[in-house]
Design a binder for this molecule. Structure first.
Ligand SMILES: Nc1ncnc2c1ncn2[C@@H]1O[C@H](COP(=O)(O)OP(=O)(O)OP(=O)(O)O)[C@@H](O)[C@H]1O
Length: 239
């Protein structure tokens, strides 16, 4: 049974359809990457997966008692709040100092344990957020743009870390990314979203899809015919 399975998920905000009959499935041990341009509905879909948003239509099935570890896109920090990394992780109920240290060790961030949270670099903060997600002992890790604010080398390292965590815990991973080329080697399945699912497949296949080429332009290669185009709003236009 998949950890989570969505079928025909449709949702609108203020009369504007943001998700249109979207299907998605994540199984244990699998890394699924959701890619799409700004406003494509990626974060909205993540909220549906997390159970924070009930879609107007469609089915959402989660494995019973599914434990989800979530890494948000952004963390809003109050620079006046003197919170160390360890204090921050220990805000989660039941987390001891030892458990927090182990999670930091796991993500290669033990050296910043006592540093003030708001003084971390982009890459260090992302690792700390990943450690926090791991503390829930997740069966499903949901990562919304996990490499934001991280330089290119750091991004590749973070993706390798995510793959290692998947190998070690055999958890499913759903991650959101803007850039398929960077995540290509660390993902098993790609879902290309622009309010509806434009195409899905293995990372190497997906770059050959005309729908992918249309969304991501010059980086992609056209090889076969596609039966619709997208208006700038993301609406499908027949050709
Ligand atoms: N709570 C809300 N109320 C109204 N509109 C919303 C709400 N949440 C999202 N939207 C709109 O839905 C659309 C999709 O937003 P969403 O954040 O899911 O896109 P995204 O693919 O994650 O974008 P980005 O890559 O920029 O983060 C956008 O037009 C956004 O303005």
């Amino acid at each position: 049974m998949p950890l989570v399975q969505l079928d025909g998920v449709t949702h609108a905000f203020n009369g504007k359809t943001v998700l249109d009959k979207v299907a998605l499935r994540v199984r244990a041990g699998e890394i699924v990457t959701l890619i799409g341009p700004n406003g494509a509905g990626k974060s909205t879909l993540v909220r549906v997966v997390l159970g924070l948003l009930k879609p107007a239509q469609g089915q959402v099935q989660r494995k019973p008692r599914l434990r989800i570890g979530y890494m948000p896109q952004k963390l809003y920090l109050d620079a006046n709040l003197p919170l160390s990394v360890l204090d921050f992780l220990r805000l989660l109920p039941g987390i001891t100092r030892d458990k927090a240290q182990t999670a930091l060790d796991e993500v290669g961030a033990v050296s910043v344990s006592n540093n003030p949270l708001h003084q971390l670099s982009g890459g260090e903060l992302q690792r700390v957020l990943l450690a926090r997600a791991l503390l829930r002992e997740p069966q499903l890790l949901v990562l919304d743009e996990p490499v934001q604010g991280v330089d290119v080398n750091g991004q590749a390292e973070l993706y390798r870390l995510i793959s290692r965590l998947r190998d070690r815990y055999q958890c499913g991973v759903l991650m959101v990314s803007h850039d398929l080329h960077l995540v290509m080697h660390s993902t098993d399945w790609v879902v290309c979203l622009n309010r509806h699912v434009c195409c899905t497949g293995h990372p190497a296949q997906i770059t050959l899809e005309p729908a992918y080429a249309e969304l991501f332009g010059e980086l992609a290669v056209y090889t076969h015919h596609h039966n619709h185009r997208h208006a700038i709003s993301g609406q499908v236009r027949n050709v």
